[in-house]
Design a protein around this ligand. Structure first.
Ligand code: ASP
Ligand code: MG
Length: 391
């Protein structure tokens, strides 16, 4: 029997009715002859709701307690899905991240998976059961409950697929795969039937919401193919769908896409102090993207997505950096991902200028060009870059 890992995102389990559709799909996959492991996200906007609840109690809630709180969201969906599957006549059992053997670093709210020991899952699969796993969470080596950063259920699914020796991982959501840009912002965005994992990782790191960056890292390491599909699309008798994105090592050409990420703070740093400031930021657990140290200037971008306690971290960074850092809030990061980026800077600047989005810092490598712009210009910048580089 082959092991199939499926992951269903929050919008796919937002209501009891939708959860029922997921239960039907899982039962169908089991009846096709697979050993099935299902990873679930919290229902709908549950995680956002729990974070605002904590923030209504204190501005900067302690990360450990946030993890205790937000990890409950996925436990609700895992139990309900197991109940729904059992009501359909198949045997199922749900496990939390720690019961599934997901061991993480001890950094709360954006922990990294360091090891997966899925013995209990394997035992239950041998008993013929469908195993449901709460996504987005694990247990640190100090036995603390941790979460993996927003969108972390993807990481749970791919890391489990790797540890179980599954040949593929199916990621179900309300979109039918990966596009050349966010279709809600860029109407001309194209569906990409196939994506190479290197480009997908750049896209995820630049802030694309389709797949979590840590998940893509696991897929690259373990050579797992990711199939991104829409939950509502019918699956045929062989387990296929009419339209999906397959992300794998063997993709024949590189994808090209435009990615935008809001909630960015740009840090300008005095060159002499750059090593010290970067070190402080790292020790404070401030995430840094596109660190640049030139001869006259230095900068980095701070994505706030997984920094629930920014006011506190910001105060400590400013205090420890002693005037060597200036923080510019309300920024965004816009990127083009694909081959041939090393000589595309003039075209990149021209498109940004046309969108009225002055680049406040630029960075890039062979597969990605990025600029920090005012958040107000993010959508226009994405549309202009898509027109210049994709269509
Ligand atoms: N529920 C978590 C979030 O909203 C994890 C996930 O959906 O993957 O970020
Ligand atoms: Mg998600």
């Amino acid at each position: 029997m082959t092991i199939l890992v499926q992951k269903y995102g929050g919008s796919s389990v937002a209501t009891v009715e939708k959860l029922g559709l997921v239960a039907d799909k899982v039962v169908a996959a089991k009846r096709l002859g697979h050993d099935v492991v299902v990873v679930v996200s919290a229902m709908g906007k549950t995680t956002d709701g729990l974070i605002s609840l904590a923030k209504s109690v204190a501005d900067d809630p302690p990360r450990r307690e946030l993890d205790m709180l937000v990890s409950t969201g996925e436990r609700v969906s895992m139990a309900l899905l197991s109940i729904a599957i059992q009501a359909r006549g198949e045997d199922a059992i749900s496990f939390t991240g720690s019961q599934s053997g997901i061991i993480t670093s001890d950094r709360h709210f954006d922990a990294r998976i360091i090891e997966v020991r899925p013995h209990r899952i394997e035992d239950e699969l041998h008993r013929g059961r469908i195993v449901i796993v709460a996504g987005y969470q694990g247990m640190s080596y100090r036995r603390e409950i941790t979460t993996l950063g927003r969108g972390g259920s993807d990481t749970t699914a791919v890391a489990l697929a790797a540890a179980l020796g599954a040949e593929r991982c199916e990621i179900y959501s309300d979109g039918d795969g990966v596009y050349s840009a966010d279709p809600r912002v860029v109407p001309e965005a194209r569906h990409l039937p196939e994506v190479d994992l290197a480009s997908l990782q750049e896209m995820a790191e630049a802030g694309a919401k389709v797949l979590n960056a840590q998940a893509v890292e696991w897929a690259r390491r373990a050579k797992i193919a990711i199939h991104a599909r829409k939950t509502q699309d019918p699956v045929d008798a062989a387990g296929g769908v009419a339209r999906e994105t397959v992300a794998h090592e063997g993709a024949t050409s590189r994808a090209r896409a435009v990615v935008g990420q809001g909630a960015i703070v740009l840090a300008d740093v005095a060159v002499e102090a750059a090593p010290r400031v970067i070190d402080h930021a790292a020790r404070l657990g401030v995430p840094m993207l596109d660190v640049f140290v030139g001869r006259r200037e230095a900068s980095f971008a701070i994505p706030l997505l997984n920094v629930p306690d920014w006011q506190e971290r910001r105060a400590r960074l400013l205090e420890e950096a002693g005037g060597a850092v200036t923080l510019h809030e309300g920024r965004a990061l816009v990127s083009v991902v694909g081959d041939g980026m090393s000589d595309a800077l003039p075209r990149f600047y021209a498109a940004l200028r046309e969108a009225g989005a002055a680049p406040q810092s630029t960075s890039g490598g062979p597969l990605r060009l990025s600029a920090v712009v005012d958040a107000a210009h993010l959508d226009a910048a994405q549309r202009a870059l898509h027109a210049a580089f994709v269509t």
